[in-house]
Structure formats: C-alpha cells, structure tokens
Design a protein around this ligand. Structure first.
Ligand code: ATP
Ligand code: MG
Length: 564
C-alpha cells in the first residue's frame, strides 16, 4: 500500500511475469486480457482488474486484449458493450485492434466439445438440474456417477448434434465433461459444459440454442487468443484445475497460466453487478450513472478523474488476501488530484443576504481573482462586488459561542479577495424569527486584505454579488449505505441504504464566471469542496452541479471524535 507514484508498481503477479520473461517461458511474449461479461456496467472493482491487465501490458511492452465474455444470452446487451468500451477508454487504456468477443468463438468451441465427446471425455446427460446437483455430492460427500455417463460416443455425438439443431427443450439434456465424481474438488465432478437455452443472443441472434459454460469458454478463449497470463479473481482458484484439464485434454497449442488475485471490496457500497442491477431496477438510484454508484459511469458523472482512479488502483496494490478498502482512500485520491488542477471559484450553497449599508447602491467593482492560489499559470477571472451579497447561512450566527469567529453582530470578517465587513444589525422574518438579512458596513481601506491600523480579523468567508450571481442546483452526495459492509448484515442489503445519500439544494448562487462551464468541468468551490457540472441534467437554462468530494474527509473527523 501507499507506494510513491514515481516507482513502477510491483506485486506477486508482476514477479511471476518478470520470472517468465527471464526464463523465456512464452518465447518472451506477455499477453493479458480483460474479459468482462456485458451484463452490466463496469464498477470500481473492474477498474482494479483493468489497471492490472492493461498496466502490465504497458509496463512490459506487452499487449492486453479486450474480450467481451458473452456466452450467456441472458442479460447481455450492446448497451453494456458500449458502456464497457466507453469506460475503459475513459480510464485511459487502449486495446488497439484487439477487441474480441467470446461469441465469435462459438463454432470453435463447439468443435472442441465434439473432440471431447469423440475421445470419450464428455457425455450428454439427461438428469435434471436438481438431480445433477444432488448427484454432485458436497465437500464432505463424494459424488455419484450419472446413469448416462457411459453412453457410447456415437450416441453422445448424435444427441449433442441434435441439441445444437434445436430438437430438445431447455433442460432436457446437457453436455458434461467426464472427469471424476470422487474428486475432492466439487468443481471437477463432471461439470456441465453446454446447456440448451432457447434465447436470442444480442450478437448471434437465434443461430445457437446451446451455449457453453464459463469454465469451458474462458480457458479456450484465452488459448485461442494466445494469452500468456490469465489473471482472475480468487473465487476462481478452485476452477483452475478445470481450466487446466480442458486445455490439457484438448491438447491445445497455447496453454495460458491462470493466476488469481483478491477482488476489490470497498466500504459503504456494494461492488457486484448483480446487486447494482437491483439498485437500478428498483429505482433506488437514477441509473447506472447515478453519481452515488460505484460504477465508472457514476464516478465519471460525479467528477472523479481517471487519473485519480488509476492512482487509487496503484495504491491499493495487488495481493492474494481479501480486504475491505476504505471508501475514504478513493475519495482522497480524487481530492489530491483535483487539488492540483481544479480552478477555484466562489459559490454559496445556502444563501443569506448581506447588505453593505455604506457601499454605494449603483457601484460595482471587479476583483481580479486567481484560479489557483499556488498556480499563477492557471490565470484569473473577474468577480463582481456590489452592495448586496450572499454569504453562506453557516457563516453567520445570532448568538455565537466564543469559538465562532465568523460573522455575528458587532464582529468583523474579511471577504475573500475583498474588504473587511462588520455586522451592524439583522432583519428577521416576523413570523419565524429567522434572520433573513444581515446588515454590515465595509472598510474601504481594507481592499488589500489588510487594515492600515493593523487590526486583524479571525475569519475569511466566501461570497457572491447577489445581482450578478447565477442560480444553480447543487447535489450533495453521501455514502450509499449506512453500514461499512451491507452484505455482512442480517437483512437484505437494500435495508441498509443511506436515506440521506442525496441532498439537493436548489437555491445556490454561483459567481458569474462559471456561466459557460462545459458539462463535466470541475471546480473547487472555495471552502466547500470539489464540484462538477452535471453531464446529464445541466443545461444553458438550468445549471446543475454535483459535489465530487468534500475538501477534507468529513468521515474521518466523525470517526476520530467517536474514538475520543
Ligand atoms: P460481478 O461480481 O460484479 O458480476 P464479475 O466478476 O462477474 O463481477 P465480469 O464481467 O465477469 O464480472 O468481470 C470481468 C473481470 O473483472 C474479471 O476478470 C473479474 O475477475 C474482474 N473483477 C470483477 N469484479 C472485481 C473486483 N471486485 N475486483 C477485482 N476484479 C474484479
Ligand atoms: Mg462474471
């Protein structure tokens, strides 16, 4: 963890690759692949795998293929393929002309299945899915052989060809590998390799009514593409003997090496397409690109940068033990990146009117304000100043405690880039008693930020000129879940959604310089955090901003307080 950015990443997988290069294991070739199934949008867990596979290719002058692992017609679609392509490009990786689809290998895979049958290594089984499960046994119990296991090669060939021809109903037959029903590894107990599915496939339409299973498809697709290192997550560790069995029995020319690493888990969210689909379908979020989603589309819309996500993936590293990574670590990568490059502007999220009684009514000054205090090369913009301003409601208190240094009757503060102002009185709503207007006087001698008499103020607050400001909607996001690991809790994970994960503020006021900010542009709103123009809902008529991250990790503060 926390390697300096300048050093190239190093981990057990890269060690294996370095060794293989040294011993010339694959004639010096290194080919990896990223193999998503197009049945959902990519999430931050996929980003870890993308960064690993493409990162290795970049580091060792090797290549990485993008392969859509699309052999289950249920739930796969072109919309998902398009989203996957968009997201990986956005992350900054390139597969050049190596975009492959497992569905393009259907005929080859079918031929491999025929080969297994002919060699007596696969058979057509008529047991029902429930019976197959029952016969399989368990970790403690050996399996029982299927009564169809010893069918003749001829009979198997005939049945399998007729399966392909569509003669049978779904579930009537499956093709199974003939391995070992007594194997201690349940996965090796005559696994199913083909099943009948009379469903249209988004690419092959109704050409096929039998579809190969993942374990059979994956190793052979890797071999067809001459992959050298097939990197996958730990839950496939027990499938590795099966991966090797197919390749050995079929005597393929290229036998890739499967290597497993720990999947990424992040606190306060769920990272699994199956669960994310549920949130989308139930309408709990506005879609796959809802800025609260741990999807790349959601994070992009939220304002996260690809650089920050790649930095995060590098910092968490690659290991073989499962862990739960703190969401705050990812947010911190985003914060560090945006701190470097987001222009600073002023925005007031919950406005309170301030009248400067001694400032002429018709006067407007323009202050030249730098976009980044440490980076003059980022330039500056003009910010209008006039008699009526908005400040943040939080920056004023009627009965301030001792430690409150911002505005209160009789107190003086500095306006960011502007004058000292002193509060003289307030106007209240007669019905609610709420302060609706704050009256101040300004000191014309303090424009430089200093008082000639040397008096000091303890706070600087941000502001916008009321007449010049733009109205905007600002969406504040919080954790999607109330608990760190919703899957470890007793009830269904959706019970633990955070009801306050989205707060919409509709009366925000922004300085006029952001009026023509392009969708997706990112800013620091001074003192408030990093924000970006929403790419979906923002328009010339209605500005909408998303808060990307706060300026500091507000959760860390809460945790620290709790520990005291
Ligand atoms: P999910 O559980 O979200 O459905 P999946 O593994 O079924 O994910 P695939 O489309 O099959 O999704 O995944 C493509 C690649 O991404 C695989 O190589 C998989 O190992 C990797 N991957 C998926 N989730 C994670 C994760 N949380 N951390 C690291 N890699 C992941
Ligand atoms: Mg999968």
């Amino acid at each position: 963890m926390d390697q300096p950015n300048s050093s190239l990443p190093s981990d057990f997988i890269r060690d294996i690759i370095k060794d293989d290069l040294r011993t010339n294991k694959h004639q010096g070739r290194v080919v990896t692949r990223f193999p998503p199934e197009p049945n959902g949008y990519l999430h931050i867990g996929h980003a870890k795998s993308v960064c690993l596979n493409f990162g290795i290719a970049d580091q060792y002058g090797a290549t990485c293929n993008l392969r859509l692992d699309d052999t289950d017609p249920t739930g796969e679609s072109m919309e998902y393929v398009d989203s996957i392509i968009r997201d990986i490009k956005w992350l900054g990786f390139d597969w050049e002309d190596r975009l492959y689809y497992a569905s393009d290998y259907y005929e080859k895979l079918y031929q491999y299945a025929l080969q297994l049958i002919k060699e007596g290594k696969a058979f057509v089984c008529d047991l029902s899915p429930d019976e197959i499960r029952e016969y399989r046994g368990s970790f403690t119990e050996q399996g029982t052989e299927s009564p169809y296991r010893n069918r003749s090669v001829e009979k198997n060939l005939d049945l399998f060809q007729r399966m392909r021809a569509g003669e049978f109903e779904e579930g009537a037959h499956v093709l199974r590998a003939k391995i070992d029903m007594t194997s201690p590894n349940v996965i090796m107990r005559d696994p199913v390799i083909y099943r009948i599915k009379k469903e249209n496939h988004y690419r092959t339409g109704n050409q096929w009514c039998i579809y190969p299973m993942y374990d059979f498809t994956h190793c052979l697709s890797d071999s067809i593409e001459r992959i050298t290192h097939s990197i996958c997550t730990l839950e496939f560790e027990n499938n590795r003997p099966l991966y090797d069995w197919f390749l050995d029995e079929l005597k393929v020319e290229y036998h890739p090496q499967q290597i497993e690493f720990a999947r990424l888990n992040i606190s306060f969210t769920v990272i699994s397409k199956r669960l994310l689909i549920e949130l989308v379908e139930k309408g709990v979020v506005s879609g796959w690109d809802d800025p609260r989603m741990p999807t790349l589309a959601g994070m992009r819309r939220r304002g996260f940068t690809p650089e920050a996500i790649r930095d995060f993936c590098e910092r968490i590293g690659v290991a073989r033990n499962d862990s739960l990574i703190d969401m705050a670590l990812l947010e911190n990568c985003v914060r560090e990146d945006l701190n470097e490059r987001a222009p600073r502007v002023m925005a007031v999220l919950r406005p309170l009117r301030v009248i400067i009684d001694n400032y002429p009514e018709d006067r407007v000054e323009e202050f030249d304000c730098p976009y980044h205090p440490q980076k003059p090369e980022m330039g500056s913009r003009k910010v209008p100043f006039s008699r009526v301003l908005y400040i943040e409601q939080d920056d004023f208190m009627e009965d301030p405690p001792k430690k409150f240094f911002r505005l209160a009757v009789g107190r003086e503060v500095r306006l960011r880039y502007g004058y000292f102002i002193k509060c003289v009185n307030v106007v209240k709503d007669p019905d609610t008693g709420k302060v609706v207007e704050v009256h101040c006087t300004y000191d014309p001698e303090t424009r430089s930020g200093f008082a000639p008499d040397g008096r000091k103020v303890k706070a600087t607050i941000h502001w916008v000129s009321a007449a010049h400001s733009l109205q905007a909607e600002v969406r504040l996001y919080d954790r999607l879940f109330r608990v760190a690991n919703p899957l470890e809790e007793e009830a269904d994970f959706t019970e633990y959604l955070n009801p306050e994960s989205l707060e919409t503020l509709r009366a925000c006021r922004l300085e006029p310089s952001v009026s023509d900010a392009a969708p997706g542009s990112r800013f620091q709103f001074e003192r408030l955090g990093y924000f970006c123009v929403d790419t979906v809902d923002s328009s010339d008529k209605a500005l909408v901003f998303n808060r990307t991250v706060t300026l500091r990790d507000s959760w860390a503060k809460i945790v620290n307080k709790g520990n005291k």
